[in-house]
Design a protein around this ligand. Structure first.
Ligand SMILES: Cc1cc2nc3c(=O)[nH]c(=O)nc-3n(C[C@H](O)[C@H](O)[C@H](O)COP(=O)(O)OP(=O)(O)OC[C@H]3O[C@@H](n4cnc5c(N)ncnc54)[C@H](O)[C@@H]3O)c2cc1C
Length: 249
């Protein structure tokens, strides 16, 4: 496997592949056991890749469960709120009842503040071209927004530290911390369920921040089972055009 194991995400976060079990060969082997021919896995790479593509296209999903991965994730709490809705991961998260949380919170880049979308209630519209006068004005406003976010988060952390200094129990002191606060978790998932997560969280309707984490997971999974992940990109992500990100280089 290629050595890339950890990918930085947002301003202080990351995703790290802690360990994994299986590979494309495990998928092929699991599929071929159906017709008692698992011993053929790995003998003919062309036929293995064709089988993986067939499985993906025909939603014969269980062979993809033969691969599993454990990730260490550092992300803002609001990202975890969305992530934890995916019940097929197994999670363990740092507890702010046991220890004091470090003074770390997420601030978006000014270019990623954007404006509220007018055609979709849940998303924001982000510019890609910053050359016009209107865009420069928006950038100035976004820089002010980031300053405001920084001041507000800092003030919350100051209160948190004051409360701890006064002997307030950690489990209560933490209640003033914002959802931008970074937290850490271990998350274990099999490849099939990772694909379900990625299909939802790489979609343009998913929040930009969790999309960044989904992109990192996709890259790490690519190192574990490249043919399965490529089949997923070409079949499932192609339904909303995400595959073009890859084909356009
Ligand atoms: C863009 C976007 C916007 C969203 N907005 C909101 C929102 O505004 N409010 C909100 O509350 N949520 C929101 N969600 C979360 C969403 O409703 C799902 O909870 C989340 O995407 C997890 O999907 P899931 O249940 O398919 O995943 P998983 O929990 O991983 O489950 C995968 C599949 O397993 C099966 N499954 C797992 N557990 C059970 C169970 N206990 N019972 C039955 N079947 C089960 C289901 O078939 C499910 O589809 C949003 C999600 C996205 C992607």
């Amino acid at each position: 496997m290629n050595e890339l194991r950890q990918i930085g995400v947002l301003d202080h976060g990351y995703v790290r592949l802690v360990e994994f079990m299986g590979s494309d060969l495990s998928v092929v082997r699991s599929a071929r056991v159906s017709y008692n021919a698992e011993w053929r896995a790995g003998e003919d790479q062309g036929s293995d890749i064709r089988l993986i593509n067939y499985l993906m296209k025909n939603k014969h999903t269980s062979p993809f469960e033969a691969v599993s991965m454990t990730f260490e994730v550092k992300a803002p709490i609001f990202v975890f709120r969305q992530w934890h809705r995916h019940r097929t991961f197994s999670y363990n998260e740092i507890s702010a009842r046991y220890s004091q949380l470090p003074d770390e919170f997420y601030l978006p880049e000014p270019t990623e503040v954007g404006i509220q979308s007018t055609d979709n209630k849940q998303v924001r519209t982000l510019r890609t071209d910053w050359t016009s006068e209107e865009a420069k004005d928006e950038l100035r406003r976004s820089e002010e927004v980031v300053d405001l976010l920084r001041d507000t988060n800092r003030a919350a952390f100051e209160t948190y530290k004051q409360l701890l200094k006064r002997g307030v129990p950690r489990e209560l002191a933490r209640t003033v911390l914002p959802v931008a606060t970074y937290s850490k978790m271990f998350a274990t998932v099999n490849l099939h369920n990772l694909f379900r997560f990625l299909k939802l969280r790489l979609h343009p309707h998913a929040q930009v921040e969790i999309r960044r984490y989904a992109e990192a997971l996709l890259q790490l999974a690519m190192r574990v089972a490249p043919h399965s992940v490529t089949a997923f990109i070409n079949t499932e992500l192609a339904t909303y055009g995400y595959d073009q990100k890859y084909t356009q280089g």
